[in-house]
Write a protein that binds this ligand. Sequence first.
Ligand code: GDP
Ligand code: MG
Length: 162
Amino acid sequence: KLPVVAVVGRPNVGKSTLVNRIIGRREAVVEDVPGVTRDRVSYIASWNGRNFTVVDTGGWLPDSRGLAAAIAEQAQLAVELADVVLFVVDATVGITDVDEAVVEILRRAKKPVVLAANKVDDQKAELEAAALWGLGIGEPMPVSALHGRTSGDLLDRILEAM
Ligand code: GDP
Ligand code: MG
């Protein structure tokens, strides 16, 4: 079984864009992973000669319980199936209550977490990424899923965490 990297975070932070960046669209192979339902899509990815599964957890919609409850459930499921959690935060928005709630779940799970500070499209935005130290779960890795900026450094970090 390949190591599983589960991607969690609020809607619109760029999870799916980052997953596409990690897998490279053309090589995307969908894989069956136990616990992955139809709204969580998993792909085989590889970096530096190592293969792993990456799970995009983003397909759900907030239901009657509201956004925070839906995110909490998503994060809980993700940590259960993951070997490494890739927690994506929008650095241009900064820390939100929902992000704080996800952090609580990740802390309890005691799985390795890589914190991606996404939408850091240029060097100037790296200051915004640094503000995510405030989540208290380690170094924010600045990345631009859209442009690929520093995505190699993020992938190196993910491999180190496996
Ligand atoms: P998800 O809901 O977390 O899966 O987010 P999506 O991947 O669907 O992205 C939400 C929006 O953010 C889309 O319009 C993306 O093009 C945009 N986006 C994603 N990554 C980046 C990024 O690195 N920089 C910028 N500027 N926009 C991004
Ligand atoms: Mg998505």
